[in-house]
Design a protein around this ligand. Structure first.
Ligand code: NDP
Length: 275
């Protein structure tokens, strides 16, 4: 029997998730379908109730639904509870709905597994203090970095986030102007600036020797931040395509108990976007 999965979001037309999950299913011989459905925030609860009532097994939620999905879930994993955002809902054997957030582990798996960027003992800087930053903090802290600093345009948002995660590890909040004179080994752009081809105001000399840059955003062209990293001499300057595939792989594992292979799929999507 074919099991049903979907991604809800608004907008959703350009989502790569149906393609990724369909290829995962083919590769691991799982009998499932996966569709994208445009769901505005106002109809999220009704659409999600209908989806699970009609045999849906698992759902991904993207912008602007991750907080609503967090509220919807009957149980939450620890990383989702702290993130206050859910990107994966999974129907359990007793009919209840589990909420998880696979964005952070997706990022970590791409950094460490695909690009050999080690995080233990490293000075990490996260730019931005929105939903994506919330999702990645705990998995990053689990990698035992020397420090994590969070710089945001609106400093109070970075401070609130640091306060929420204070019990989990050492975090620092600051504004962009306070970055002058500091150096980092890994700089993660979790602002949405790249989506409008903008760059947060970053000082020169922000990168330590052999530092790596990573933009959570991705597109068909290198983002403004990826270009900045290359111009600053970063050892690697990457975008979030690998994170997208890795967070999907983690969701697939939650639903199906099978870890799909990701390397060839990332390479395929990377080649296609360069055409
Ligand atoms: P949010 O809207 O929650 O947060 C946006 C953040 O960007 C805020 O901190 C905001 O600052 C900051 N910002 C926006 N514009 C600028 C600018 N011009 N200069 C400096 N800072 C700016 O977005 P999300 O956290 O949900 O998403 C962030 C990014 O992560 C997006 O690009 C998204 O596509 C990407 N993402 C990628 C994933 C993947 O799988 N690859 C998964 C999830 C997210 P302020 O608080 O001051 O407004």
């Amino acid at each position: 029997m074919t099991d049903h999965y979907a991604v809800f979001g608004d907008p959703i037309k350009h989502s790569k998730s149906p393609r990724i999950h369909t290829l995962f299913a083919q590769q691991s011989q799982q009998d499932l379908d996966y569709v994208a459905q445009q769901v505005p925030a106002e109809t999220f609860v009704t659409a999600t109730n209908d989806f699970f009532a009609n045999g849906g097994q698992g759902l991904n939620c993207t912008v602007p639904l991750k907080e609503l999905a967090w509220q919807y879930a009957d149980q939450l994993t620890e990383r989702a509870r702290l993130a206050k955002a859910v990107n994966t809902l999974a129907k359990q054997a007793d009919g209840s709905i589990l909420g998880d957030n696979t964005d952070g582990i997706g990022l970590v798996n791409d950094l460490i597994g695909n690009h050999q960027i080690q995080l233990a003992g490293k000075r990490i800087l996260i730019l931005g203090a929105g939903g994506a930053t919330r999702g990645i903090i705990l998995p990053l802290l689990d990698c035992q970095p020397a420090q994590i600093s969070i710089a945001n345009r609106t400093v109070s948002k970075a401070e609130a986030l640091v306060a929420d995660f204070a019990a989990q590890g050492r975090l620092t909040a600051l504004g962009f102007e306070a970055l002058a004179g500091q150096q980092f080994d890994v700089v993660l752009n979790a602002t949405s600036a790249s989506l409008s081809d903008q760059l947060p105001p970053l000082p020169a000399d922000l990168l330590a020797a052999n530092a790596c840059c990573y933009d959570l955003a991705y597109g068909n062209q290198p983002t403004a931040f990826v270009k900045w990293g290359l111009a600053q001499g970063a050892a690697q300057s990457l975008d979030g395509l690998g994170m997208l595939v890795e967070q999907a792989a983690e969701a697939f594992f939650i639903w199906r108990g099978v870890s799909p292979a990701t390397t060839d799929l990332i390479a395929l999507l990377d080649t296609e976007r360069q055409k």
